[in-house]
Design a protein around this ligand. Structure first.
Ligand code: CDP
Ligand code: MG
Length: 975
């Protein structure tokens, strides 16, 4: 021991925590001993006779042993006390007969204790059924019956349309697309096979044409009524844009033969003889109630090369479905990259490739761009003026930076040296390439390049710039505007991002007026799903924003990474649609050599709770088995981690079967933790604020951080947060104040909020209400109805419900000697976190309670908690799992999840345990007997809920947090 005090060892007055500990026998004494030893600064003497390495090993083992013990010794986080009158009142309540709900075992898979009800029948058929039987049973519904009079109607309508001048004009255009030349071949292949794959260069006319080929063919064969096509899109924005385009091509309005459906918006086409463009998620949701896809004749899975979870999932799911639905045609569509893999996956289904026509594209790399623009990178350093946080090379862990440096030294620097020798480029250029900053996105370079292009091209061709994310798009946009070189009279600058308002995005397709140049700044959305024809210049910054998931640390990451070669190729291809084009890659040829061939599929990069619940609702059996059928099965450890969380949430039982709570949250279109929060919000009658929190967490918050006003935005958020020490309640406050505001625009402007997002959140809340009504937890659709909000003014209760949903995401705020926040630790004290600076808690020095719940933790430089709420111990004690309490000499130690401990008088602990049991019984009763909880009634259940409400909200019931200190000095030993 180096003489530093170990974490968790107490200064005077606190050591008695050890006395109550009944775990790790005899630890009290051991603790005293080690304490005095630490005080004297000595290290424990080692056994005699050890030599050399053995000494090191001895101390290492000792240190590991101590670390193991340490966990046992974390002192209680506080004392829970109840006044005598309160105790009396609660004991009386618990004695009453009408407050006992009886006990039923959760191990009982027959659910015999639940009376027969519609819920019980659907629930049991879900947990016991399997998808193929279900499809078989619904086979009568799905056969589309032909209807002669309608067939004739559709035929005549189509014949008339052919004379329509707009249609004819569009048709000329369509006939010029490469896909049109393959029309007959495609139709023949579909007719002869159940599954086919169509690949083709982006822009060749897959998305807009293939569905129309099928539909028109049916109509012309007078079988229009038998045709109902679903075409899936990976993104909401492309579903709408494509539907609009196709309706346009058919000289119709949306909602006739063409429609769309995305999560919060729909404009459905007519029931038969139609094409519906949906997001993949919508189709999966639809299959929960109708896995046979009744009435659908063709399903087209578009853009499958993107490999997002929903489309990977759907591809595998359909492989099962078509075994029973032999009349359903499946058409897989992908860009040319790696398309053979999909055909191979579908038992080598027939594959047709549409040769695309593109003009040649000249490719330039960073060295060429530097040569042309004479650009100089700034010297490396974190504090360049105007440097954005996302640009900072320092914003990574040390290990990551070292790896990055090594790669740079090994591959890029030697390449620069070689260039120098070859003398093809200026010395200046070669020198620039040896600056590691040249591998980060540099907006000034992009700006210079755009100016360069404008100087040298007098045809006003469009420029498409690929950026990784929102921040970079918006920064470049502002920079272009601020430079004064891009006046509105001569430039249309279009930021293109899936989270930017839909209306703005439509202007991207229309050609700019003569003398005006379009500059589109986009994410990889413009790589394959949106084709902008008049682009001649592409600037590829080489970066993409990607989420990832690290199983070991159980952390999600969202990082800017190098694109894959496949992305780079796609980006290049965007430049040659109308004439020979130019693509500028802002990275060196050496970098291009070493980037990955393809991007990792999304299913290998994320948590799987939602996906697992979806497999359960779809009755796909054991997840491992289903996942093993996927094109790329996820890592077994990630699956286990997600299964465990679902079990802890009481969503799945030990056999991995859905539990009633899991059934409900699986049906809510939201992450499981938020689903649970919403159900509890309904039961505790504080629905409106909880819906706001859940919607914001699931979708995105409405706060914007305008450039240069970051500090002011922070201040405004704290002001809106109202001292509640909760980012979650802040989300609720933002929406509530917005809804009640006379001048919503002024309000949004003042607090830097996006009114567009706030409106979307309102829509989401309405959608959740729809589900709650279906689940019968509410009686009307109004989130603001008084009967759903009896307790909505009680912010402590809302906090407690947020805690119920977010548990086990609990962090512990450790204080220093002066009571100020020192750091955040994970529940098991193993990991250290920080508040993200956007959190209102980040500026808070003192925490009354050491308990923090959060939803998102993201790793970049360190582990950051993005959204946090300080909660008092009782909500954790009530909603946490693995409750235990042990009596010890008049006082009890309550422990949650074997790691969070609290002291309480024995009778207090007893009352808490009893109420906790009642609550759990009640919740189990409620989820198995869904129904509205009426807080105006004086029933036994309401009495118990009221008592619980009182306990979990009485922030001053009298718990007092013990002096809690954390020295946070890692053990070190220096042998
Ligand atoms: O799906 P794929 O990439 O093969 O092509 P597509 O999206 O069907 O596009 C075919 C043609 O329609 C392209 O020339 C697009 O520019 C054009 N298009 C359009 O003008 N407006 C849209 N909203 C979508 C496509
Ligand atoms: Mg497409």
């Amino acid at each position: 021991m180096s003489g530093r005090r170990r974490r968790g060892s107490a200064p005077s007055g606190r050591g008695k925590g050890g006395r109550y500990s009944d775990r790790g026998g005899g630890s009290g004494q051991g603790r005293q001993r080690s304490k005095s030893r630490q005080k004297s600064g000595e290290r424990p003497s080692r056994p005699p006779g050890l030599r050399g390495k053995e000494i090191g090993l001895y101390y290492r083992n000792l240190s590991l042993k101590n670390k193991g013990l340490k966990k046992e010794k974390e002192p209680p986080l506080g004392t829970v006390t109840l006044s005598d009158s309160k105790k009396y009142q609660l004991k009386e309540l618990l004695r009453r007969e009408d407050t006992c709900f009886g006990y039923f075992s959760t191990d009982d898979s027959t659910y015999a204790h639940v009376e027969d009800s519609t819920f019980k029948r659907t629930f049991l058929s879900t947990i016991r059924g399997n998808i193929l039987d279900k499809i078989e049973k619904s086979s009568t519904v799905m056969t589309t019956i032909s209807d002669e009079s309608r067939d004739n109607y559709f035929y005549n309508e189509f014949s008339a349309k052919k004379e329509n001048s707009k249609y004819k004009k569009m048709m000329d255009n369509r006939e010029g697309l490469p896909s049109y030349k393959k029309r007959r071949e495609i139709l023949k292949l579909i007719e002869e096979h159940q599954v086919i794959l169509i690949s083709g260069e982006t822009g060749c006319g897959k998305t807009t044409q293939v569905a129309q080929f099928i539909l028109d063919d049916y109509i012309e064969k007078k079988k229009g009524s038998m045709c109902k096509i679903i075409c899936t899109q990976p993104r909401r924005i492309s579903a709408i844009a494509v539907a609009e385009r196709v309706a346009d091509e058919r000289a119709e309005k949306l909602g006739h033969s063409v429609g769309y459906q995305i999560r919060l918006e729909k404009k459905l086409p007519r029931e038969r003889c139609c094409i519906n463009f949906c997001t993949t998620g919508v189709v999966l949701k639809q299959m929960e109630s109708d896995p046979a896809l009744g009435g659908v004749s063709h399903i087209i899975l578009d853009e499958i090369h993107e490999r997002n979870v929903a489309s990977d999932f759907l591809i595998t799911l359909l492989k099962e479905v078509i075994k029973k639905r032999v009349d359903l045609k499946v058409i897989l569509m992908s860009a040319t990259l790696n398309s053979e893999a999909f055909s191979a996956y579908y038992n080598t289904c027939p594959h047709i490739n549409i040769p695309g026509f593109t003009f040649p594209v000249t490719e330039y790399f960073l060295e060429d761009v530097l040569q042309q623009t004479k650009f100089t990178f700034p010297e490396q350093g974190p504090h360049r003026p105007g440097m954005k946080k996302w640009m900072m090379y320092k914003d990574k862990s040390k290990a990551e930076n070292r790896a990055k440096e090594k790669e740079f030294e090994d591959y890029i620097v030697p390449y620069a040296r070689r260039l120098l020798k070859e003398r093809k480029y200026d010395i200046h250029v070669c020198k620039q390439l040896t600056n590691i900053i040249s591998e980060d996105i540099n907006l000034e370079l992009v700006l210079e390049l755009v100016k360069y292009i404008c100087r040298h091209d007098d045809e006003f061709s469009s420029i498409l710039v690929f950026m990784p994310g929102y921040a970079q798009i918006s920064d470049l946009n502002k920079m272009l505007q601020a430079s004064g070189k891009f006046p509105h009279s001569r430039f249309i600058i279009i930021p293109l991002h899936s989270q930017m308002p839909t209306v703005d995005q439509r202007q991207i397709f229309s050609p700019a007026p003569t003398g005006v140049r379009k500059v589109i700044i986009s994410t990889n959305i413009a790589e394959t799903s949106i084709t902008i024809d008049d682009v001649v210049f592409v600037i590829d910054t080489g970066k993409i924003k990607m989420n990832d998931f690290n199983v070991e640390t159980n952390t999600e990451t969202l990082d800017i990474q190098w694109v894959s070669k496949a992305n780079a190729d796609q980006r290049k291809g965007r430049a040659g649609r109308v004439k020979p084009g130019v693509c500028y890659h802002l990275y060196s040829r050496a970098r291009h050599q070493i980037i990955e061939k393809f991007q990792k599929p999304e299913i290998l990069r994320m948590r799987l709770e939602g996906t697992i619940l979806q497999t359960k609702i779809l009755q796909l059996g054991k997840v491992e088995e289903f996942f093993s059928k996927l094109m790329d099965p996820p890592d077994a450890e990630t699956v286990t981690l997600s299964l465990n969380l679902l079990k802890r949430l009481n969503a799945l039982d030990d056999r991995e079967d859905l539990m009633p709570l899991g059934y409900h949250i699986a049906r809510l279109p939201i992450a499981p933790q938020m689903g649970k929060m919403i159900l509890f919000g309904a039961i505790f009658s504080c629905l409106d604020p909880v819906l706001s929190v859940a919607a914001s967490l699931d979708y995105k918050d409405a706060f914007q951080i305008p450039l240069g006003k970051e500090k002011l935005a922070d201040i405004k958020r704290v002001e809106l947060g109202d001292g509640l020490l909760s980012d979650h309640l802040l989300l609720h406050k933002a929406l509530e104040r917005f809804e009640n505001s006379d001048s919503q625009r002024q309000f949004c402007w003042e607090f830097f909020l996006s009114s567009h997002t706030l409106h979307q959140l309102q829509d989401m809340k309405k959608q959740f209400m729809q589900y709650l009504l279906e689940l019968e937890f509410v009686r009307n659709l109004n989130p603001k109805a008084a009967e759903n909000n009896r307790n909505s003014d009680n912010m402590s209760l809302v906090k407690a419900i947020v805690c119920a949903g977010l548990y086990p995401n609990v962090a512990i705020a450790c204080k220093n000697k002066h009571g100020r926040l020192k750091c955040l630790k994970s529940m098991d004290y193993k990991y250290r976190y920080n508040f993200h600076k956007k959190s209102v808690l980040a500026s808070e020095p003192f925490f009354e309670s050491p308990l923090i719940v959060y939803y998102t933790k993201v790793k970049s430089k360190a582990d950051y908690i993005y959204d946090a709420t300080m909660v008092t111990p009782l909500p954790i004690i009530f909603f946490g799992d693995q409750y235990e309490h042990k009596n010890e000499r008049g006082t009890s130690i309550i422990s949650i999840c074997n790691s969070l401990t609290f002291k309480a008088a024995n009778d207090t602990a007893e009352i808490i345990r009893e109420l906790r049991n009642r609550m759990n019984w009640f919740l189990e009763y409620k989820v198995t007997h869904p129904g509205f909880v009426d807080w105006t009634k004086e029933t036994g259940e309401i009495k118990v809920l009221r008592a619980i409400k009182q306990l979990i909200t009485s922030e001053d019931v009298g718990y007092d947090i013990e002096e809690y200190e954390d020295d946070d000095e890692e053990e070190s030993f220096d042998d």
